[in-house]
Design a protein around this ligand. Sequence first.
Ligand SMILES: C[S@@+](CC[C@H](N)C(=O)[O-])C[C@H]1O[C@@H](n2cnc3c(N)ncnc32)[C@H](O)[C@@H]1O
Ligand code: SF4
Length: 386
Amino acid sequence: MKSPPLALYAHFPWCVQKCPYCDFNSHTLRDELPEQRYVDALLRDLESQLPEVEPRSLTSIFLGGGTPSLFSPASIGRLLDHARAQLGFAKDIEVTLEANPGTIERGKFAEYRAAGVTRVSLGAQSFDARQLKLLGRIHSADETRRAAEELHAAGLSNFNLDLMYALPEQTADEARADIREALALRPAHLSQYHLTIEPGTVFAAAPPTQPADEIVDEMLDLSLHTMRDAGFEQYEVSGYASAGARCTHNLNYWEFGDYVGIGAGAHGKLTNSARGLAERTQQTREPRRYLAADPRALVRKTISNRDLPFEFAMNGFRLVEGFGDELFEARTGLAIGVLEDAMIPLVARGLVERGQKRWRATAKGFRFLNEILVALLPDPDPTANP
Ligand SMILES: C[S@@+](CC[C@H](N)C(=O)[O-])C[C@H]1O[C@@H](n2cnc3c(N)ncnc32)[C@H](O)[C@@H]1O
Ligand code: SF4
């Protein structure tokens, strides 16, 4: 097993206000933001994980949340400088900052760029005032438009807009109108997520009425065509990119690359090529506990040889192009033949297909990706502890 490319994920767990649909590790900020203390904790976290990281320069960094744009450009710069000093940056490193349009003052993006940010992901969600209110968003459509203008002016035209669809009582035309509004802001990338009702959220307690499956199918068709007409190609279940603007960081997840995860609740995945294994890591989840914890409290779990091929495939099938045999073998250290038995029934159901030395989801499989993922989940291991 060779060391794959290395990325860094840093989690920022606070938001101005928790959205009713969101089950990310994000918390309404009730007191003052513990900005310095949190960045100090991130630096300690990185430092304590370094001995387990095989030396490679970083190909991407993702500053995600929560709302990282609550942190000042100076704090983001401090973290990036430290990461560069500790690990080194690849020449064309991608550094993405997630931003909420409601947290951006004039001139702030230029400062983030000066601090080392190369790409921004803006949570637009919708341009419909009624939906923004239902979704509990803290910003208007006009604030999203202004943030996009600011991004272009700051030289950060390589930005993504997050949209959600299948919103409460949304029609297919309304979903298409959101895409058109988003495209008019000239982003380089669009992410389009199906609104899911997650356990434990406000929406789970009082679920809104979502459109019927046929309408959702129509939304997806209209979206795909509208984006294609604008020169955007779908390359991932939720990801559409203009030429050359695929997200390096997300591609690294789907291609089973390595990533160090720092911050409250952050996940990581690291290969140990000498021992021929890969590990998943998870940090303390609750922000205040994370701040007080020893970063060595990080939980590490080896991915067993039994789970490895399926974990790889569950990621790889999210890509329109699927995955090649060579990548599978390089990342897992296993022969591609180990997937054969699991693929036979999926091929028979028309969900996956074999291309030129690669596996990929069919158009039907792509629409029902969950069915592939469920079929790939290994049976519970009878020898494992409960
Ligand atoms: C961690 S948020 C990052 C952006 C920033 N916090 C914001 O909301 O502006 C990532 C994205 O996940 C999507 N998301 C969160 N919860 C979701 C849900 N229940 N269903 C579908 N998409 C969801 C939203 O589009 C959101 O922008
Ligand atoms: S969607 Fe974004 S802003 Fe809303 S609670 Fe989740 S992380 Fe925070």
